[in-house]
Design a protein around this ligand. Structure first.
Ligand code: DGJ
Length: 326
């Protein structure tokens, strides 16, 4: 074999092996290049796992977009570190005469095994954040295109920030912030196109809501309501989603304001050796949203306690479930 070719093949093999074992580093707060070298644009996002592929959906905020449209991006990865841009799965004009500065935020995608549809929920609003509804869009494929179906107020409640939660038994829930009352958890109907029933109202005013079910306990986290500014995110626990929920406690030293981040999801990785939970947060840059960063970090979790360690580079092995902080 030609020497150069052999070296190139060896190099490709090393990269493939590296990727297969999921050892590429994640560096919280830094620019996070996708496989083409562009900073990942998936803000306020969510993650959907299909077989061995993770899909990361989020707010597309790159420079140069049509300012009348709103975009949701989709990235795919098998190791949670190297992400390939699959395109903008939503490129939508104002669907309901909401006005020039209409809002589409925090997209979350649920895969419905019965209908085999991908169902996206997002926060749909006008500039004043007074419409307070969820929008739904569906697709036959993970990488779109998603078609807008409708908007509504979930169970007739106001809804701004939303979060997604799928329990170990496969049941899917929407978490939504109902400004007058607090943080609601509601189960999706069979086809995921509406909400079947409310499971709980946690009377705590929280945004960026996220839940994980870990070793028999539910952990809920969220941020305070301070717009784009970071604040001390907090958590509570319960034996059942319906509660009762414990008091809320800090997830990090409060003076760090969650190290400048706001929660969007907790991702559970169940591997052959262990189960890890990763905190997924956004470090918003309201004046330069395209440069907003991500704070992903393995959580210290268990026995009713949850703690976000000081951000540092880390690796995830999606096969074994192990994480290693560098
Ligand atoms: C906080 C929310 O979490 C974000 O999604 C966004 O709606 C900002 N508020 C807007 O100020």
């Amino acid at each position: 074999m030609h020497k150069g070719k052999g070296l190139a093949l060896a190099g490709a093999f090393i990269i493939a092996a590296f990727t297969a074992f999921g050892q590429a580093e994640i560096r919280p707060g830094e620019v996070w290049p996708d496989t083409k070298g562009e900073h990942i644009q998936a803000h306020g996002g969510g993650i959907t796992k299909i077989k061995d592929t993770y899909y990361w959906y989020g707010e597309e905020r790159r420079k140069g977009l049509d300012t009348n449209k709103r975009y949701v991006s989709c990235y795919a990865s098998k190791n949670l570190a190297d992400w390939t841009f699959k395109g903008d799965v939503i490129q939508m004009s104002d669907p309901e005469n909401l006005g020039r500065k209409w809002i589409l935020e925090r997209p979350k995608v649920f895969y419905n095994h019965k209908t085999q549809k991908y169902v996206m929920y997002f926060h749909l609003d006008n500039a004043a954040y007074k419409y307070a509804r969820v929008g739904i869009a569906i697709s036959d494929r993970a990488d779109g295109e998603f078609k807008f179906v409708k908007s509504f107020r979930p169970l007739d409640h106001e809804s701004r920030d939303i979060g997604q939660f799928v329990d170990d038994d496969g049941s899917a829930y929407l978490i939504f912030e109902d400004r007058p009352f607090g943080f609601r958890i509601a189960r999706l109907a069979d086809d995921y196109l509406s909400l079947e029933k409310e499971i709980c109202l946690i009377p705590q005013h929280m945004e960026g809501g996220a839940i994980v079910h870990y070793k028999g306990l539910y952990y809920a986290i969220g941020s305070a309501l301070t717009g784009w500014r970071a604040n001390p995110n907090k958590y509570a626990t319960a034996r059942s989603l319906a509660g009762p929920w414990s008091e809320f406690k800090d997830i990090a030293p409060p003076e760090t304001n969650t190290y400048g981040a706001q929660s969007t999801l907790m991702l559970k990785i169940t591997g052959s050796k262990t189960t890890s939970v990763i905190f997924l947060g956004d470090i918003w840059k309201p004046k330069a949203q395209w440069d907003s960063r991500y704070l992903w970090m393995p959580l210290e979790i268990g026995d009713g306690k949850l703690w976000l360690p000081k951000p540092a580079a880390f690796t995830i092995n999606v096969k074994t479930g192990e994480t290693q902080i560098k």
